[in-house]
Write a protein that binds this ligand. Structure first.
Ligand code: GAP
Length: 444
């Protein structure tokens, strides 16, 4: 795709997100808060569906992974031990003319990449959000909003082993907010200062770490494809030795073809072999023994860790970009969000052909409501209503027409093939739940 086309596509998507209620600029009535975004009624459903999909894949369907939900405000010593207080800085430069700020490595010359003005010397910029805890500000302790969710997993390792009796190898997962005072937060929800991470730390013996690393790279890549993201738009990129984080022995990023990136790809998730670095660092700083004792052999080890660490916002954006398409149907452009049915915020729309049929059609909506997220829409022509549903990614529409009064049947329409089938009202719940489970192809 040409750069102009990519820019255009991104613009259209950002505008669709606001217009239809996926994502709004935060604080818009006051002129907006830079890089902060609010998820609207459709956005919150899509986001929750992505999170549920991840939790199901990583926790509820696996006997060897448990979940936690830990405090965002974390003991400050955690971030000293993890190396964040010392290392989590970016060097940044300011343009003295246009006042733009850049990461020093993003402005490699002497001049401002935006206006050609003079740049300041690089200065260190701490990426952690700091706040005070306690009633009296002067006396209160400095604490940090966590910049990643995983450190609380490491500090709880012993608690979790004791209370769950999990044996190696096993994982601990967490999904929650993280905060980074990014110098350049931009590109819609791709890089924000407040975001959600989906992280899983898989503890194993050091000899098995390479095997589990390969296993998780494969598993995680397949997960993105299971969300409906096209394989050709994803790639795996191993880190070069000079870009590896201080804690990692190896790392592979899963990347997506985000339209605004310079080399065509941007990071969705990192899979890292973190060795025993974190457990040892937290053990040393806290003086607590966080090692694991094998109950049968009595052997004591500090396990190695394979981490999978992805972002909900970036997955959300990739899912939308991948699903967005424009196509010509009967000489008119139709915009479709071809979302996987598991992710679609609304699963089925009930549409009476005429207002006069509203009462009977409402009964169909009421039958479906306990089983599936359903909307009822009676405003505008049926063609317009179909298009509205296509645009928000609703996989199925159920139309109640005048014949329905006689034959007690309704028409079910598939968003992608535009095929239609006629089914009895009495069986509509079974048909829709089967369609949601198996998809349209199996139905027709
Ligand atoms: N525990 C390892 C860790 O935090 P990371 O590569 O810094 O690794 C993991 O972050 C994931 O979190 C990224 O792949 C990305 O999806 C998401 N992420 C990181 N910073 C982000 C930001 N400023 N805005 C949105 N998502 C971000």
């Amino acid at each position: 795709m040409q750069t102009a086309d990519k820019d255009e596509r991104m613009k259209k998507l950002v505008s669709l997100c606001k217009r239809l209620g996926f994502v709004y600029p935060s604080g818009e009535v006051y002129g907006g808060l830079q890089s902060a975004w609010d998820y609207g009624p459709l956005g919150v459903e899509l986001k929750k569906n992505i999170e549920t999909h991840w939790w199901k894949e990583m926790v509820s369907t696996r006997p060897d992974i448990v979940g936690v939900d830990t405090s965002i405000i974390t003991h400050p010593e955690v971030w000293v031990a993890s190396g964040h207080v010392k290392n989590f800085h970016d060097a940044m430069v300011d343009c003295m003319e246009c006042k733009s700020r850049f990461r020093a490595d993003h402005a490699p010359g002497e001049k401002c990449p935006r206006c050609g003005g003079e740049l300041t010397e690089p200065r260190e910029f701490g990426l952690m959000f700091r706040t005070k805890m306690g009633a009296v500000e002067d006396e209160s302790a400095t604490v940090y909003l966590r910049p990643e969710t995983c450190q609380s997993i490491f500090i709880n390792f012993k608690n979790i082993v004791t209370s769950t009796r999990q044996t190696l190898p096993f994982g601990i997962a967490q999904l929650g907010k993280a905060f980074r005072n990014e110098i350049t937060a931009r590109n819609f929800i791709f890089r924000t200062r407040e975001f959600e991470q989906m992280e899983m730390e898989f503890f194993c013996l050091s000899d098995d770490a390479a095997k589990w690393f390969d296993y998780w790279v494969d598993k995680r890549m397949n997960w993105y494809m299971a969300l409906g993201i096209k394989k050709e738009n994803l790639r795996l990129r191993p880190h070069t030795p000079d870009e590896l984080a201080h804690y990692a022995e190896s790392c592979v990023d899963i990347e997506y073809t985000f339209p605004f990136t310079t080399d065509g790809f941007g990071e969705l998730e990192g899979i890292a072999n973190r060795t025993d670095y974190d457990l040892r660092a937290q053990m040393e700083a806290s003086g607590q023994d966080l090692s694991y004792v094998d109950q049968t052999t009595g052997e004591k080890v500090v396990p190695w860790v394979i981490e999978t660490s992805g972002g909900v916002g970036r997955t959300f954006l990739a899912v939308l970009l991948d699903a967005y398409r424009e196509e010509i149907v009967e000489d008119r452009t139709r915009v479709v969000l071809g979302l996987h049915r598991d992710l679609a915020p609304v699963k089925v729309a009930v549409l009476p052909l005429s207002r006069k049929l509203s009462e009977e059609a409402r009964q169909v909506e009421e039958m479906l409501r306990p089983h599936l997220p359903v909307v009822f829409d009676v405003t505008g022509s049926i063609g317009k209503r179909y298009r509205r549903m296509d645009e928000i990614g609703t996989p199925f529409c159920v139309t109640f027409d005048f014949d329905s009064l006689e034959d007690r049947c309704v028409t079910v329409r598939d968003r992608d093939t535009l095929e239609q089938i006629r089914v009895p009202v009495e069986g509509i719940v079974d048909v829709m739940t089967r369609l949601m489970r198996e998809g349209w192809q199996e139905e027709v």
